[in-house]
Design a protein around this ligand. Structure first.
Ligand code: SF4
Ligand code: SF4
Length: 287
């Protein structure tokens, strides 16, 4: 573990300033993401250098369809997420504390070396929420850039402005998940809020990062034409028609064992809505 960045001492604990939850964490306790703990008046990033997943994936699996197509990336993940989506496909690691998962020991230097040994031109921070292991991601991203590798973020985008700003110079591409264009949906099903996610996407685009967006359409919850239209109107109004949009099919998982998978017809209808709003690259995922 390593001392965390982005926190402040407060009363008999610390206030984590990494994400909009702003957890107040008392001595010996952890934040919502289970990744950051207060010990002796300091905040610690618990999973530093101990990823629970290390894989070699095609970049299209992130999904990124317009960034270094045909290449593969070192895909890394530590435990932890600051959201709690009921259908999470990676809940065994996203909702786990570090000590409850099998982990490797892999320093940022070793991870970068591994890319060169395997001939991989990029590192993807993925599978859980990379911002909850910000320090490990950041150190690796700086080293990777210094040796000519690209950095890819796969995230729900729920982070504070400052940690994002510090990371941005080292990021090359990102796939950001928009759960729904509905704050109530975020609060009820994901334990987060919508506004910071949208603001952060705009911030990344303004910084010149290659961004793609994923929207998982959950049967009966966020797959109405009204919801899809709201997303596409926001993209249109924000000048994001060139941002590739991945409309992804829901499958029952984790705490959401129903409803049925999203009907293909619903996904095709959503794609037509997106195209009619001028979104130029619309892909269907999990089909
Ligand atoms: S990063 Fe974790 S500990 Fe920090 S505010 Fe977010 S959920 Fe809380
Ligand atoms: S944001 Fe992603 S990793 Fe986190 S709970 Fe939701 S689906 Fe799982």
């Amino acid at each position: 573990m390593i001392e965390a960045r982005f926190y402040a001492a407060e009363g008999d604990g610390v206030r984590c300033l990494l994400c909009p939850h702003h957890c107040f964490i008392k001595e010996g306790r952890r934040g919502i993401c289970r990744s950051r703990e207060c010990r002796e008046g300091k905040l610690w990033a618990l999973s530093y250098g101990t990823p629970c997943a290390v894989a070699d994936d095609p970049v299209e699996k992130k999904p990124l369809n317009h960034f270094m197509p045909g290449t593969r990336c070192l895909s890394l993940s530590c435990t932890g997420c600051n959201l709690s989506c009921r259908w999470c496909q990676n809940s065994d690691i996203s909702q786990a504390a570090p000590e409850n998962a099998d982990r490797y020991v892999l320093s940022p230097e070793e991870a970068v070396d591994l890319c060169f040994r395997q001939g991989l031109p990029s590192i993807a921070y993925t599978y859980t929420e990379p911002f909850t292991w910000w320090e490990y991601m950041y150190d690796m991203a700086v080293l990777a850039h210094g040796r000519g590798l690209k950095n890819i973020l796969v995230s729900a985008g729920y982070v504070e402005k400052e940690p994002l700003k510090v990371l941005l110079p080292y990021l090359d591409a990102a796939n950001i998940d928009i759960k729904a264009m509905d704050d109530g949906f975020y609060r009820k099903w994901c334990g987060a809020t919508l506004a910071p996610v949208l603001e952060n996407i705009i911030e990344m685009k303004a910084a010149g990062i290659h961004v793609e967006i994923t929207n998982l359409l959950v049967t009966g919850l966020n797959d109405s034409s009204g919801q899809v239209t709201a997303l596409c109107e926001w993209m249109e109004d924000s000048g994001l028609q060139d941002v590739p949009l991945h409309l992804s099919r829901f499958f029952p998982r984790y705490r959401m064992t129903s409803p049925d998978p999203t009907p293909t017809a619903t996904l095709l209808a959503a794609r037509n809505i997106a195209l009619s709003h001028g979104i130029r690259h619309v892909y269907l995922g999990n089909v």
